[in-house]
Structure formats: structure tokens, C-alpha cells
Design a protein around this ligand. Structure first.
Ligand code: FAD
Length: 505
């Protein structure tokens, strides 16, 4: 029996430690969904500040915003946001190559029993079909810098546009703070110097600020960032290090003057010992470099980053260190870690903010009643861990499947990959089959685009594809392209859409 029951009455007093994206997302969501039942206090330290990066998201965030009752246009205005249709990967397979991992289905709507990409595989193997991106609506629209909100049109690919956002993370936290405080969350400014544990069971009793103030609670959410003030420093939950699979351990960010056109996608460009991101916002472009300190120096990374900007830099690059991995226990005793305190997967597929959201929604599902039940806590940990591990596999794929020649990339190619990933690749290499298991974050469409984009091509295709003869297959593929191209051509420019609906004032 690892966890004891605590307290006789219902859990009421929740203390959130940290006021970055994780802390304020937690405060906003819990106050919205459970505000009447809870007394929520958030402690944050201006002295310590926040990590200050994290600008790209995936479509699930729309669900989070909708749960909070957020109006999308207002949110875009308040956060200097732009729309995101996917991620463009430049030079990842090899220099000169690019592909898009776009949100939404490959080939538009499903064609029935046989997934669309199977027809594409047959045509591609015969040397006829162009790259897969030509058959993914968001990629077609994204590369033309067009955007239209999906719900505005029905019965057309235009009605199905899956989108996410780029936004200023500091402004997002501020926006959420406004919502949370309006719903009764108490904010305390101060730096925590001590965490008090109860003698009998090691549960957290209170946090003590440097000025002596004591904040007591029953449930503590550790949103303190990489340091894991509660979950690690006080409770020693342990950390599983994934550096052997995801070798980058440094990042530096540099905001730049905004340039036009505003691209409706994130760009990730492979560099000699890592990769560079580019995230367009309304008021600036976020740029940064993620790299391996075993393969390059901070100075060299900064030199490459500064040499590859398309707008004037507004600050010097700010280097930071990280260790990719996850907490061995995300929920330990009466403490749940969220955000960077729970683990870190580099921003290659913009997953971190999603993990905050997903963990919060699981926390609501497993919200403790009068005490802390070890069976429920174990299940929470198992579910969060599953999502972390499967997403990690997806990131590892990007590194492992490459044809670049630098030592960093050769090392990535030579690494032994997780069994779960190896299995997925082997299966795909036979007949292009890929399956989404349980609640894996990334769908078949994501795996297909990245597997193919990274040059993992199956030897065969699904036998039912041959029920169409070659002419029928080519006519069908050409028809899909035509529809996607003509629908994209009807969309307004991304910039015009923003100007009309959600330009920051
Ligand atoms: P932080 O922002 O570090 O906040 C920690 C909070 O805890 C602060 O308020 C701090 O003051 C407080 N605190 C700490 N110690 C104390 C103390 N002793 N007393 C009081 N308060 C304390 N995610 C994405 O989804 N998309 C991206 O594109 C993306 N890009 C990223 C790029 C990089 C280089 C990095 C490193 C991360 C990126 N992330 C991204 C992740 C994203 O930044 C984080 O998930 C998100 O910002 C959440 O951070 P946080 O709130 O957990 O931590």
C-alpha cells in the first residue's frame, strides 16, 4: 500500500505552485469546472519568472479553450496569435528535402475500407504520384499561406480544416490568469523557500514563502517548471531520462521582428547538430535552436541560429538546458506534477502544452474524493505515462529516419530505438499499415505523413487497392488533388483572415 488516505472531509484546498502556462492552465480549468467545490490558491514568483517559450500548439487546444468558454477571436487578439495548419520539416530527411506534417486526414475524407495513402503508395511505387503533401488539404492550403476556419463551410474539405495556434505564451498565461482570478482563484506573489511534509506519511502539508508566509493545502499541483520543486525536490518521485533516444539537451530562443507573409504553419529546419524552429506571431517571429551539447557548442549553435533568421533579432539568444524524459510518478502522494515539472519532450511536435491539458483533464476524471486512493493514482500515472511514451516514439522517429551525413545525424541513425517504435516501423515497411492504439495522441494520419516524409517507404501496399485498375487509381488521385487545390484557392490569405477577424489591437 504505497499511498495512505488523507483527511476526513472532501479535498477542498488546492494549491498550485507556479504561474507559467501550466499553473494558469490548471487554475483556469479547475476554477471553471470545479470552482464551487474548491478553494484554489496559486503561488508564483516574479523573481524566478517563467521559462518564456512555448508558442506552438496542436488542434486539441481548441477543446481546452472551448471548455473554458473562450471566444477564439478574442483569444487570438489577446495573445497576438496566428493560425497553425501543421509543421513544415525542412532538410530533415536530407538537405534540400521538405515535407509537411499537416493536421487532418491524408486525402481528405476517408474513402472506406482502404486508407487513401494506400492508393497513393501504389501510384508512387509506379513513379507516377507526386509527394504525399499534394493530397493533404492543410499542406496544400498552408504552402499557399491560406487559412479559413473549418466550421465556416460544410460538405467540403473547407469544412474540415483542423487548426491550432501560434501564440505568445506569456500573453496566454496572462489571459488565463484573468479568467481564473475572475472565478475566485487567489494569487500569491512570492518565492517558496521550503516545503513542509507531514511526519506520518510524507504528504505535503504546506509551502513556506521566503518572507515566512505559510500556504497550506490538501492537494498540491507542482507547476514549478524544470526544477520540480514539490514532485522532485521535496518528494523525490524520480525521473526517467530519455537522452539516449532524444539526444538534444539545449535550446536557445531569439524573438525577431515580424516578417510577412504570416505563414500558417510552424517551420522546423534540421541543422548540423539539431534543428531550428520558426513560429510566426502577429507582433514577432519566434525563432530558436534545439541542439545536442555532445555535438556542438553554445557559441556555434548561436552562430547558426543568428545566421538563419528572416527578421531582425530583438534580443540575444537565451540558452537553456533540459533533460528529455518523464517523471517516474506524475502523481505522488498528494502532489500532481504538470507542465515542465512532469517531464519534458522537446518542442519538435508542440506536445508540451497538450500534455498539460491532457493531464488536467485526467486529473479532473480522477479527482480525489475524501482521500487519495492508490489504485486511482496508479491508473492516472499509467495513463499519462502511456501518452508520454507513445509521443516520445513519434519524436524519436524524426531523428532516427534520416539520411544526413553530419556526426549528430549519423549517431541518431545508429541508435537502437524503443521496441514499440521498431514494431510500428516494421509493420509500416511491409504494406504501409499503421494503427492508432488506445488513446495515443498521434493519429494514423500523423504517423503516415512523418514516416513517409522521413523516407520510410513500404515495400508493398494493401491488396484491395488492386480492385481498381491503374487508370481508375490515377483518375481518383487526380480528382482528389483537383478538389483540394480548388478548395484551397477559395480560402483567403492567412494574413487577411487575421486582419478581418482577430488582429491584435
Ligand atoms: P514555467 O514556465 O517554468 O513556470 C514555472 C513557474 O513556477 C513560474 O511561475 C515560476 O515563477 C514558478 N516557480 C518556480 N519555483 C518557484 C518557487 N520557488 N517559488 C514560487 N514560484 C516558483 N510547448 C509547446 O506546447 N509548444 C512549443 O512550441 C514549445 N516550445 C518550447 C521550446 C522550448 C525551448 C522549451 C524549453 C519548451 C517549449 N515548450 C513548448 C514547453 C512549454 O514552454 C512549457 O510546457 C510551458 O511553458 C509550461 O511551462 P511551466 O508552466 O511548466 O513552467
Amino acid at each position: 500500500m504505497g499511498e495512505a488516505q488523507v483527511g476526513a472531509g472532501r479535498i477542498r484546498k488546492v494549491v498550485i505552485v507556479g504561474g507559467g502556462t501550466a499553473g494558469w492552465m490548471a487554475a483556469a480549468m479547475l476554477s471553471k469546472l470545479m470552482g464551487r467545490a474548491l478553494d484554489i490558491t496559486l503561488v508564483e514568483s516574479e523573481l524566478i519568472g517563467t521559462v518564456g517559450v512555448g508558442e506552438a500548439t496542436i488542434p486539441q487546444i481548441r477543446l481546452f479553450n472551448a471548455t473554458l468558454g473562450i471566444d477564439e477571436n478574442e483569444f487570438m487578439r489577446m495573445t497576438q496569435g496566428t493560425f497553425k495548419l501543421g509543421i513544415e520539416f525542412v532538410d530533415w530527411l536530407q538537405p534540400g528535402h521538405r515535407y509537411m506534417h499537416a493536421f487532418g486526414a491524408v486525402g481528405g475524407r476517408d474513402l472506406g475500407a482502404v486508407p487513401f495513402h494506400q492508393y497513393w503508395l501504389k501510384s508512387r511505387q509506379a513513379g507516377r504520384a507526386p509527394a504525399l503533401d499534394h493530397y493533404v488539404f492543410n499542406a496544400v492550403a498552408g504552402w499557399q499561406n491560406r487559412f479559413l476556419r473549418g466550421a465556416d463551410v460544410v460538405n467540403s474539405p473547407l469544412g474540415n480544416v483542423a487548426h491550432a495556434f501560434h501564440f505568445d505564451a506569456g500573453l496566454y498565461a496572462k489571459y488565463l490568469r484573468g479568467l481564473a482570478e475572475a472565478r475566485g482563484v487567489t494569487r500569491i506573489e512570492g518565492t517558496i523557500g521550503d516545503v513542509r511534509l507531514r511526519g506520518e506519511d510524507g504528504f505535503i502539508e504546506s509551502v513556506v514563502l521566503d518572507d515566512g508566509r505559510v500556504v497550506e493545502g490538501e492537494l498540491f499541483l507542482d507547476c514549478s517548471g524544470f526544477r520540480g520543486l514539490l514532485i522532485e525536490q521535496a518528494l523525490h518521485a524520480g525521473y526517467e531520462d530519455w537522452t539516449h533516444w532524444l539526444p538534444c539537451d539545449r535550446a536557445m530562443a531569439v524573438p525577431c521582428e515580424s516578417v510577412r507573409p504570416l505563414t500558417p504553419y510552424t517551420r522546423s529546419t534540421a541543422r548540423s547538430a539539431g534543428w531550428q524552429w520558426r513560429i510566426p506571431l502577429q507582433h514577432r517571429t519566434g525563432n530558436g535552436m534545439v541542439y545536442s551539447s555532445a555535438h556542438t557548442s553554445d557559441e556555434e549553435a548561436a552562430r547558426i541560429l543568428l545566421a538563419n533568421l528572416d527578421g531582425a533579432p530583438q534580443a540575444d539568444p537565451r540558452p537553456l538546458r533540459f533533460t528529455t524524459g518523464m517523471r517516474k510518478r506524475f502523481w505522488h502522494r498528494n502532489c500532481v506534477a504538470l507542465g515542465l515539472a512532469s517531464g519534458f519532450m522537446e518542442p519538435l511536435e508542440s506536445t508540451s502544452i497538450h500534455f498539460i491539458q491532457a493531464s488536467l483533464s485526467k486529473l479532473v476524471s480522477f479527482f480525489p474524493d475524501a482521500g487519495f486512493d492508490p489504485v486511482e493514482i496508479d491508473e492516472y500515472n499509467r495513463q499519462v505515462q502511456f501518452e508520454y511514451i507513445r509521443s516520445r516514439d513519434f519524436l524519436v522517429l524524426h531523428y532516427w529516419a534520416n539520411r544526413r551525413e553530419e556526426p549528430f545525424w549519423r549517431d541518431c541513425r545508429a541508435m537502437s530505438i524503443p521496441d514499440t517504435l521498431a514494431h510500428k516501423i516494421e509493420l509500416f515497411q511491409r504494406h504501409g499499415r499503421v494503427f492508432r492504439e488506445h488513446e495515443e495522441l498521434f493519429t494514423e494520419s500523423s504517423w503516415i505523413q512523418v514516416l513517409i516524409g522521413q523516407g520510410v517507404l513500404p515495400a508493398g501496399y494493401h491488396p484491395m487497392v488492386d480492385l481498381l485498375d491503374d487508370n481508375e487509381t490515377e483518375a481518383m488521385l487526380a480528382g482528389v488533388r483537383r478538389v483540394l487545390e480548388s478548395c484551397a484557392a477559395q480560402m483567403p490569405a492567412h494574413e487577411d483572415f487575421i486582419a478581418r477577424h482577430c488582429a491584435a489591437v
